[in-house]
Design a protein around this ligand. Sequence first.
Ligand code: UGA
Length: 430
Amino acid sequence: MARRIAVFGAGYIGLVTGACLAELGHTVVVRDIAEDKVAALRAGRVPIYEPGLAELIAAHAERLTFTLDADEATAEAEVVYVCVDTPPTASGDADLSRVWAVVDSAKRAAHLKAFVVKSTVPVGTGARIRAVLDTAGLAQVGYGSNPEFTAEGRAVRDFMRPDRIVIGAFDEATAALVAEIHEGVDGPVITMDVPSAEMVKLTSNAFLATKISFANEIANICETTGADVTKVLGAVGADHRLGKHFLHAGIGWGGSCFPKDAVALKALASNGGYHPQILTDVIEVNNHQRRRAVTRLKDEIGPLTGKTVAVLGMTFKPGTDDMREAPSTVIVDRLLSEGASVVCWDPMARTPAHAPWTAIRRAESVEEALSGAHAAMVVTEWPQLEAVDWRLAAESMAAAVLFDGRNVLEPERMAECGYTYISVGRATVR
Ligand code: UGA
């Protein structure tokens, strides 16, 4: 049954949720506080890049609208979906002020049946919102926790064909309503209590981050033994109990989710009086892995003062323009503080208007970035790197030294092309 749904937040999650709910047949109003964003969306411009998203928004313009006005969004809404951001505060706890603002708006919604939270929130938030709704005389409005597991760059696909739809609710009717909203989505529904649903989201991201940090630690050990981490983890991941995904060693994880959620889960544990040892180490290994990238380059070429380093890739992963918590920021910062000049190439990133990015030169192509450089670092595994004529590029460099922070290039081939090729968890070839 088609529902009238208000989605709060027009970020990555809100836009994908709104567009996919419209695709499922619902009438959706997406509300955001950013005037420029809403104006752009009303004019048919999608402010973020996400494959398939602009097409969905254009296709469903009749039942997918955008507003700045919270009351306009909730006026007819049967369901409010909360997709606002929950950034970490200085203590690591999530800042829930935007979520509470949506709760206030929902109190004025005349037709509301369910208040559903997709934003990642600390365990216990649902119970607190439930209590506030009850006190406001809204006991009849159901509360649902519906965490999202979509990854950037494949978010529309992940929404429409997920591994699972997790629904936490205090009552069966609300769980059934949220499940019904997903009719047409190709994935199993798993219902549970609200705290468990909240915990699933943080645990999933922490586990994925743990797999990567573990892969990075094994890579660092491989470097001391002569083993090749891609062969080791390829065979390890072939064991179905372990799985091959998220076992790629590199310069560490970034993005808007893993860093924030790992810190939030750690804060959650600490607030409950428990010291999370594994999680603490997973975060520390990740921080170390970024710093280590520059150390390994320095070990090869010596002090960086007066040298130009080409950084290939700026976004936290390919297929997105997102620069949030990108490992490149830490790497560029360290290169500059070591006295290097930095030239960056990225096909999609917008250069952030703050340090260290204000001190770099931006190249239009990989070839332009490499020309005259004393070393290069692959920071994001953009597919465009496969098409580069690496032999020609080596000849254009002041010194053909390449650190591959994503293990995307073939060591033998790079040596043949004239490089000193350093990668993660594999022997350096020259
Ligand atoms: C992640 C999760 O994958 C989603 O399931 C989740 O819904 C989302 O966070 C979220 O909480 O919203 P995302 O941040 O878009 O999605 O990116 P991922 O594709 O998971 O990559 C995260 C980071 O891990 C990237 O920096 C990537 O380069 C790195 N990574 C990933 C590795 O270093 N090695 C790997 O094997 C895999």
